[in-house]
Design a binder for this molecule. Structure first.
Ligand SMILES: C[S@@+](CC[C@H](N)C(=O)[O-])C[C@H]1O[C@@H](n2cnc3c(N)ncnc32)[C@H](O)[C@@H]1O
Length: 272
């Protein structure tokens, strides 16, 4: 099962690199995440980008003066990231680029990082519940006391809305009810093995058994989630788009918006 994740992302490197910049709808995931990073990150320090893929966040954080360790499960993503980091002249800021899994971060000591990020769904690709709990504990363990931890995952409710909008043929398949009732998708169609989260499930995965408090949750695509074409159309009109963005930032932490957003962000702090 894990091999299929590696295979999927190995054939997806350039698309993954482009994903967060490809259109205004996708940029909203990146920009909204960054709003929360700005709010809680210390002014400087060492950040672990866990499941950082081809390195979008690593590079942006390095440009802002942070030291970063990039870890990902897919070597092809890391090779691409290495080239981009070199191209941007950020080699000195990126301390390490390592292949590994968020389920086992034993290469890092306790309290090693001033912040930990795990963004865009690496935790969603950990299909066994026990492994997801282990991954969250590991992300908390390697953060210093009082440090922020940012995790974003893929939403179960949003994927059901996506089926209605784009994949109505799948609604009659057994996989639809499985995803609806358990969140588990085993890579039967175009995407790879993924656990789609309910928001309360994400909160519990942090609060249960970890010495971490939840500071905020946000829906990264917000109230317009799954309305990709409409949002991209609206973005062509700068006056309307400005008001939409203002509306987005006012509403993206509302619990009903959090649950329905394609990507759910949780911001936590390690207590002790
Ligand atoms: C959708 S991409 C997100 C990449 C990046 N964080 C971003 O937001 O642009 C998901 C990434 O998770 C990685 N991944 C999947 N399972 C993982 C695991 N168990 N440990 C670490 N990374 C994993 C994949 O290789 C892929 O690069």
């Amino acid at each position: 099962m894990t091999r299929s994740i590696k295979r999927f992302y190995s054939g997806y490197v350039k698309k993954e690199w482009a994903r967060l910049q490809s259109d205004p709808y996708r940029r909203l995931e990146f920009d909204t995440t960054f709003e929360f990073l700005k709010r809680y990150l210390p002014e400087n320090g060492l950040i672990l980008d866990a499941g950082g893929g081809p390195g979008r966040y690593t590079i942006e954080l390095a440009k802002k003066g942070y030291d970063v360790v990039l870890l990902d499960y897919t070597p092809a993503n890391l090779r691409f990231a290495k080239k981009q980091i070199r191209k941007e002249g950020l080699g000195e800021r990126v301390e390490e680029i390592v292949e590994g899994s968020i389920v086992n971060l034993s290469r890092f000591s306790d309290d090693a990082f001033d912040a930990v990020i795990c963004l865009g769904g690496p935790l969603s690709h950990v299909i066994r519940e026990g492994d997801r709990s282990k991954a969250v504990s590991e992300l908390v363990r390697v953060a210093k006391i009082r440090s922020p931890i940012f995790i974003s995952v893929m939403s179960r409710l949003a994927v059901l809305a996506t089926e209605l909008r784009y994949f109505q043929d799948e609604i009659q398949l057994p996989l639809f009810k499985r995803v609806r009732d358990s969140g588990d998708y085993f890579g039967e169609r175009d995407f790879t093995t993924t656990h789609f989260f309910l928001p309360e499930e994400l909160r519990q995965s942090v609060e249960k058994g970890n010495d971490a408090e939840v500071l905020e949750m946000a829906g990264l695509e917000g109230i317009g989630s799954v309305h990709k074409e409409e949002m991209n159309e609206l973005a062509k009109n700068p006056r309307r788009w400005k008001i939409w963005l203002e509306t987005h930032y006012k509403t993206c932490t509302h619990p009903s918006v959090v649950g329905l957003s394609e990507h759910i962000l949780i911001v936590c702090r390690k207590k002790s």
